[in-house]
Design a protein around this ligand. Structure first.
Ligand code: C5P
Length: 232
């Protein structure tokens, strides 16, 4: 599977995201629709962006009891997205139920990946707030192995952890990695970050990039910089 750059389109509504996407007249970016845009604009925005020819990662990070997640995934499966996700901390049983719910009547389904630990979480926060007193990379790997056991396609993790995940769980178990910043860029609320070029070296399959592209003076140039550093 080819490497790709996914733009996190964290916008407040339909007009903002469509006028942002209008700027991309050449290569059509893979688009991530997260909670902010989905809660504001609903399933219609997913259909509209899909109809414009973009691949879509629907990043709603489900986390609930297995039956609820299974039914929610069944609803999402009809949206024709390419990738969706949940929190691995919901347990293997929840992930298995999600996968069942996601299969469409014709037997196809979007890729399903699990969030391990958010890239905004540090070792200290994980210990003090979540009472998980193990090294963060071990926690990520354990959550990733649970996701693999449940039959998922891969995980969301920091690019810094992508190499360990591939070494232990195989080269075709996908690593989708937010927490990407240009050298000298502002890291904002992210903690476990690296550059697109380094993410490529470590072995990420997809980088997810939000503010370094959406808040850039020239978003298309910033996107192409990511593509050139990461994909080529
Ligand atoms: O703007 P920035 O590049 O930090 O955006 C990263 C995107 O990836 C956000 O939409 C955030 O919700 C998402 N994300 C993340 N860490 C995860 C999972 C998703 O930052 N573990």
């Amino acid at each position: 599977m080819g490497k790709d750059v996914i733009i996190a389109c964290d916008f407040a509504g339909k007009e903002e995201v469509l006028s942002f996407l209008d700027k991309f007249t050449g290569r059509k970016p893979y688009v991530k629709i997260g909670m902010e845009l989905f809660y504001a604009a609903g399933p219609e925005i997913v259909k509209e962006i899909k109809a414009r020819g973009h691949k879509i990662f629907l990043d709603l990070k489900l986390h609930d009891i297995p039956n609820t997640v299974k039914k929610a995934m069944h609803v999402l499966s009809s949206l024709d997205v390419d990738m969706c996700n949940l929190h691995a901390s919901g347990t293997v049983a929840m992930m298995e139920a999600a996968l069942e719910g996601l299969v469409r009547p014709d037997g196809t389904r979007p890729l399903l990946i699990a969030v391990t630990q958010l890239t905004s979480t540090s070792q200290e926060r994980m210990e003090s707030d979540l009472l998980i007193e193990k090294p963060l990379d071990q926690v990520v790997l354990h959550y990733a192995s649970c996701a693999k056991k449940a039959g998922l396609d891969g995980v969301v993790c920091s690019p810094l952890e992508a190499g360990t995940v591939h070494e232990n769980l195989g080269g075709d178990f996908l690593t989708v990695t937010p927490g990407v910043r240009f050298a000298n860029g502002d890291i904002g609320d992210q903690v476990r970050v690296t550059t697109p070029a380094r993410a490529k070296e470590i072995g990420s399959d997809y980088i997810v990039v939000g503010r370094p592209i959406t808040a850039a003076a020239d978003p298309v140039a910033a996107y192409m910089r990511c593509v050139n550093e990461f994909c080529d």
